[in-house]
Design a protein around this ligand. Structure first.
Ligand SMILES: [Zn+2]
Ligand SMILES: [Zn+2]
Length: 813
């Protein structure tokens, strides 16, 4: 399949033969497109067969010219433009002159050699890096990037370091954060009381020994704390689980070497590139059967594990001592942000960790590890954190500065400058005092870092959400955006789509425009508005808080909708059997009331219900556990699917009843649960194809939590393509709620009024949006003049022209 990769590389790439190298590589692989320098990066658009493009990307990273250094590489896949040849284009000097913030960069090969060279003065120095590698984003407090604006300001360079800093031929020439064992930060190992047990390299050696002996270490990495446990020791992993109250959620693993990873996991070329990339994310890899070299309780029943390789000097030193994989878990409690300060960690994390491996280099903001996986042959970022959160997402249409506060769960903020969107670090679920505090701190941080004074504030529609409440506190002219619509917009942004698409926005919940909870939305979407053209049949959920934890309650809600009260007599159903008779009579009372606030139609709840009906999971220990297990239960290839009905009128209501009845029938006939699971997934894919057909929209955008499901996404993409539709899914912006804030920023846009005229007695303004001319009614804006800029929301100009700045300056007093 012919595709187009849009690649953006930053680093030391000028005057090192980088463009010529790209040209030769493209020619060799018979790819077309162009390479172009701009002030801050190198842009490559490259087109050809998918397999060759992946080789191109891998070789770009691995075979780059000796003196070229890559700080970041991000790319996305698009529809081919049919380039005929490969060209080097003239440099483009537009764009921001100021150097964009650099992400933390994995250690370069040169520095790695120094680290283990007995005769080097940085031998085993845990903060070894050079001008081309090491921490940036996690230690910068303000721009420009000078030592005084970073955490290194507390350390003075020694004469030797100064000499390097002043020498134009040294790789540490003008390295703002240069340091060495004499003058830089150092490591210490503390016990839970904060008493120093050992220091410098002894601290690392002793921590490694403790890990090997099954102890839990809270480790201050460059971006904040993480917990480490011996991944081969079931008792140690179990201890971490109990103490962190993570009963079954999978742990990620750090491996000492790629070699060891390859023995235990399938690693494709793109996955290998990711593991070795300067971004060094956690990559979800499929484990080989019979992989018994790690403890069973790392990720019970999960065929995919999150794997990363050491990328900082500190991680390399530690993994070198250990030489075994370690289980990783964020240094936080519950859904809070990770700890970044060692004194805070001692207080906060002492019930989890036995020992604390810390250092005295302050962390400016929490930066945890990103999570990436391959889906339908493309990279997909599931958790956008380390390395990626310092990178902008480029947009075509300029707009005034805006800030979006995201949503309630998995909160990430987003800020829009002229032609770029930046997403903040991860704040977590806005539930506790601590997360809310960090959320507010994050707003100040992102404004300060990118020097943006937002003129507009965007938030979720749900009035209960703290993200909306806070936005309201900041200013009274806040623009709320519906949750599922924001999901669709974020996926459009990710794929650079303009114009009309059919958005399939599927997740657990989300506050709808009518106040109801949605989650199975088909939204016919344009940048300036949407129409809800379809959703699944609604049903009542019995109970509030317990619903998320009890998939069986979703099953009962659906069954009640089908059978009414007779369902309580159906003792042969597994879901019913799982309740005690007291519980059942209590639930009966709840369902009888038909509480309108407990109506649901989210696909997440459907996954829960099916998982319960086939006996896979009745009570969950973490969010979306039942849905994941249903995906992992798939053990057969099949194209079969269950029957369903689609209502005739818009919005089309999709009736799951025929499917549920067929599933119950399959269960009674003892059909293999893996086969039921695959048929259920196929049914959902089939429904999407049928809806795309009904709405007659060629471009279909898949978004929301549910498309973290690899099988569902890949199956849907396959089915849509087979029927001639063009599917799009998430690549760089997470498909889950982390992506909401970026989508929120796309909801509104600004347009200049080109001409004003009258039509049938009405005042009409002509505007140009994305190259398309359209007319808007100016009834709401009687004073609007030609040449003025207006804000458009849901297709209507709603705000007075922006030239009136008075209303825009009051947000952040
Ligand atoms: Zn280096
Ligand atoms: Zn020094």
């Amino acid at each position: 399949m012919t595709e187009l990769f849009k690649i953006r590389v930053t680093g030391a790439l000028q005057d090192v033969g980088f463009r010529a190298f790209i040209y030769r590589l493209a020619k060799e692989l018979r790819l077309t497109g162009f390479v172009q320098n701009s002030s801050a990066s190198v842009t490559i658009e490259i087109e050809g067969k998918d397999k060759r493009l992946k080789q191109f990307l891998y070789r770009l990273q691995m075979e780059k010219p000796t003196f070229a250094a890559i700080y970041s590489l991000d790319y996305s896949v698009h529809d081919a433009k049919d380039y005929k040849e490969f060209k080097i284009l003239h440099s483009e000097n537009t764009g921001r002159k100021t150097e964009a913030l650099s992400p933390d960069i994995g250690i370069c090969n040169d520095c790695l050699k120094e680290l283990f060279d007995l005769h080097n003065r940085r031998y085993r120095y845990p903060f070894t890096h050079c001008i081309h590698c090491g921490p940036r984003f996690s230690i910068i407090n303000d721009i420009p990037y000078d030592r005084m604006n970073t955490s290194m300001k507390a350390f003075q360079m020694c004469p030797n370091c100064h000499r390097e800093y002043d020498n134009p031929n040294d790789k540490r020439f003008h390295d703002q954060v240069n340091s060495c064992p004499i003058c830089g930060p150092h490591m210490e190992l503390w016990n839970a009381k904060g008493e120093v047990l050992s220091a410098y390299n002894n601290a690392i050696a002793q921590a490694a020994e403790a890990i090997l002996n099954g102890e839990i270490i809270a480790f201050k990495d460059l971006g904040g704390f993480k917990f480490l446990a011996n991944a081969r020791n079931e008792i140690a992993v179990g201890k971490l689980r109990t103490r962190k109250q993570k009963t079954e959620k999978p742990f990620a693993l750090m491996y000492p070497s790629l070699q060891m990873v390859k023995k235990q996991f399938y690693v494709s070329l793109p996955e290998k590139r990711l593991l070795l990339s300067p971004a060094a994310p956690i990559v979800l890899l499929e484990r080989k059967r019979g992989n018994k070299l790690i403890a069973e309780n790392i990720a019970p029943g999960n065929p995919y594990l999150g794997i990363m390789l050491p990328s900082t000097s500190l991680q390399h030193l530690l993994m070198n001592e250990l030489n075994i994989p370690v289980a990783l878990s964020g240094g936080n409690l519950g859904s809070e942000p990770i700890c970044i300060d060692e004194f805070e960690a001692i207080k906060h994390l002492q019930n989890v960790a036995d020992l604390f491996l810390v250092h005295n280099l302050p962390v400016a903001r929490p930066v945890d590890d990103s999570v990436v996986r391959m889906v339908s042959g493309r990279e997909q970022i599931l958790h956008r954190a380390k390395a990626y959160n310092a990178l902008p997402i480029h947009i075509n249409n300029p707009a005034p500065p805006m800030l979006a506060t995201g949503t309630h769960s998995k909160n990430i903020l987003a800020i829009r400058t002229d032609k770029e969107i930046f997403m903040s670090q991860f704040t977590g679920d806005l539930e506790t005092e601590r997360t809310y505090f960090d959320f507010k701190k994050g707003i100040n941080d992102i404004r300060n870092l990118y020097k943006v004074e937002p003129e507009k504030l965007i938030c979720d529609l749900d009035p209960k959400f703290l993200s909306r409440k806070y936005a309201n506190e900041l200013g009274n002219d806040v623009i709320p955006v519906q949750h599922h619509y924001a999901h669709v917009l974020s996926c459009m942004l990710d794929n650079e789509l303009e114009g009309q698409v059919l958005g399939v926005s599927w997740d657990g919940t989300g506050y709808g425009t009518n106040g109801a909870i949605g989650g199975s939305e088909f939204l016919l979407t344009k940048l300036d508005g949407f129409e809800r053209v379809g959703h699944f049949r609604e049903f009542h959920l019995p109970g509030g808080e317990e619903i998320a934890r009890q998939p069986r309650r979703s099953a009962l809600g659906i069954l009640y909708e089908i059978f009414g009260e007779t369902v309580f007599e159906k003792k042969d159903l597994i879901s019913i059997q799982s309740f005690s008779s007291e519980e059942l009579s209590a639930i009966k009372e709840i369902l009888k009331k038909k509480n309108p606030s407990q109506v649901a139609c989210g696909i997440g709840k459907l996954f829960d219900a099916v998982s319960s009906l086939i006996g896979l999971r009745q009570v969950a220990t973490f969010q979306s556990q039942a849905a994941r297990e249903l995906e992992f239960a798939i053990n057969k290839r099949s194209k079969n699917f269950y029957p369903f009905e689609i209502g005739i009128e818009r919005p089309h209501v999709i009736n799951w009843q025929p499917m549920i009845l067929a599933i119950i029938n399959d269960v009674s006939k003892k059909v293999n649960e893996g086969y039921i699971a695959v048929k259920f997934h196929n049914t959902l894919a089939e429904i999407i194809v049928k809806m795309a057909d009904k709405i007659n929209e060629q471009r279909v955008v898949l978004t929301g939590d549910c498309f973290q499901n690899k099988y569902l996404t890949e199956r849907t993409v396959l089915c849509l393509r087979k029927e001639g539709f063009q599917p799009y899914w998430h690549q760089r912006i997470p498909t889950n709620d982390e992506g909401i804030s970026a989508g929120q920023l796309m909801n509104i846009f600004y347009a200049d009024i080109i001409k004003i005229f009258s039509e049938e007695g009405q005042r009409i303004g002509k505007i140009c949006v994305n190259g398309v001319f359209k007319n808007i009614s100016l009834t709401m804006l009687p004073d609007a003049k030609e040449g003025e800029r207006v804000l458009i929301r849901d297709g209507v100009p709603v705000i007075k022209p922006l030239s009136d700045k008075k209303e825009n300056t009051q947000y952040f007093r």
